[in-house]
Design a protein around this ligand. Sequence first.
Ligand SMILES: Cc1cc2nc3c(=O)[nH]c(=O)nc-3n(C[C@H](O)[C@H](O)[C@H](O)COP(=O)(O)OP(=O)(O)OC[C@H]3O[C@@H](n4cnc5c(N)ncnc54)[C@H](O)[C@@H]3O)c2cc1C
Length: 545
Amino acid sequence: MNRVALYLQEHLLGEIITNKEAREYFSTDASVFKILPNVIIYPMHTTDVRKIVKFSYQLALKGKILPITARGMGTDQSGAAIGEGLLLVFPAHLNKLLELDTKSGEVRVEPGLNYGKLQQVLLTHDLFIPVNPASMEYSTIGGAIGNNAGGDRSVKYGKTLDYVKSLKVVLSNGDLIETRRMSKKELNKKMGQSDFEGEIYRSVDRLIEENSQLINSMDLEVSKNSSGYNLKLVKRKDGSFDLTPLIVGSQGTLGIVTEATLLTIPRRPKTTLTIISLSNISEVSDTLDFIKRLPEAPSAVELVDDKLLNLVKNNHPNLLKNIFNDDFSRFVLIVEFDNPTERLRTSLTKKLTKHLQDNSLAFETSIDPVRIEEFWKFRRSATAVLGHQEGTAKPLPIIEDGIVSVDKLADFIESLYFLFSQNDLPIYIYGHAGDGHLHLQPALDLSKVGDRQKVFKLMIEYHALIKQFNGSISAEHGDGRIRAPFLYAQYGPESYQLLTKIKNIFDPQGILNTGVKFTDDLDSLKSILRNEYNSDYLYNYLPYL
Ligand SMILES: Cc1cc2nc3c(=O)[nH]c(=O)nc-3n(C[C@H](O)[C@H](O)[C@H](O)COP(=O)(O)OP(=O)(O)OC[C@H]3O[C@@H](n4cnc5c(N)ncnc54)[C@H](O)[C@@H]3O)c2cc1C
């Protein structure tokens, strides 16, 4: 055990390990990168976290940087749950549901709590958090907060940030603060404090006041954005102030969350689902346009293209048997309504089906929970099949999280087909069409030099395309390491500088998740690119095949 580990072991209650196997295990997350941590720590409580961070902070003051990375279940696809230095693994101990107020629907949790388990408990009280990330069963609340996770219901219900009321956060010097929305008077009191917290409030407030126009101009034309920091949501017109939007989505680069109070809503058990067959991209565009003009948003609008359906058909033909009679069309759209009253669900579905009939489009609508589950299974299986192809080329999360405005989605899809054909690669399109958000995962073999070069070529070309469409490089997975070199181009020099200022205000010594969100150099990623990629860690969970 190295000296750092020995020192920490003396001062912490949580366990510390440094053996080679454990370091190797924690050197990867669900991204294409690999970084060996120095020391793995399972914090027992907030005091442990504070001591660890304070230790690293004091080392940094003496000129030695020992970075700290918070980790939930490591399903991060952007390379933000790995790092050199100290890796804090939360699911071991800081994993409790602390308090549930069934009247207000507020629930107080520790960050290492499994998201799916929390959801199960909430459902027994007829409550839920509607965001629904696909990885919920095998990821943590801390990870969802870190990435501001979204999901297939985000089109109606927004993302994780919309359900975070307050956070307990260990700052980069080891101080513990609580973030929540506060009045102007409370803000003034905070700004009067002489400690690090007071300094943060003063600096962030000043930055916002001096750059309000620039901050407004950073608003991207998209419905979901996990890129950069949520500066715009900190200060409202009424002077109220909340640091929570900065911490949520910050991927552990501004502070370490040790407790969260979350909001829930009454569960929506009854849904109506329509599955629509569309023969070309303009039918997709027209249908999305109609859906956008409905008086109430559907709870899900999902798209799968025929290339992915063909892949499913070739590998698991029975999955499609009950869904399509003979063959399927070019695109399939799934539209769900979950409104609490049957009258509203029926009325919205009627409007949609009338539009489909008027345009001679094939569709099937169901209110039968069993049939609806079959539809969802088909949508979710499509992505699982993609991840379980035979062969050495594996679908890689390298350009998997871009988003454009829904109005531009059809043109964006056409450009993607062109981009992939230029690179001589098959493309499978699926995603949250109602948000203009697609998850693309090109299959490449990381053990081959040519494919490794293609990783970077594709990233450069794809992100240029996102920029051209005024989209965001990350809708819900975060910038992490993989998109950090593209953050500058995403926001431009002035706004990028603002983001670095936020990082410096919270983490002046540069110890929190170093290299995440801020890396100028695409070449630096080449040295941490894995030589293989696998999803073995998911074998316990993917139930959809
Ligand atoms: C198959 C698959 C499907 C996915 N589907 C979705 C999806 O539908 N929607 C979506 O948004 N994402 C999705 N993801 C990405 C990922 O699963 C989610 O972002 C998830 O919420 C991460 O949780 P985790 O516990 O694995 O966190 P980790 O991967 O361990 O960490 C994620 C980030 O949060 C930070 N973090 C963790 N704990 C803390 C803490 N206590 N304090 C501060 N920062 C912390 C980490 O440093 C890291 O930056 C998917 C990933 C996979 C592999």
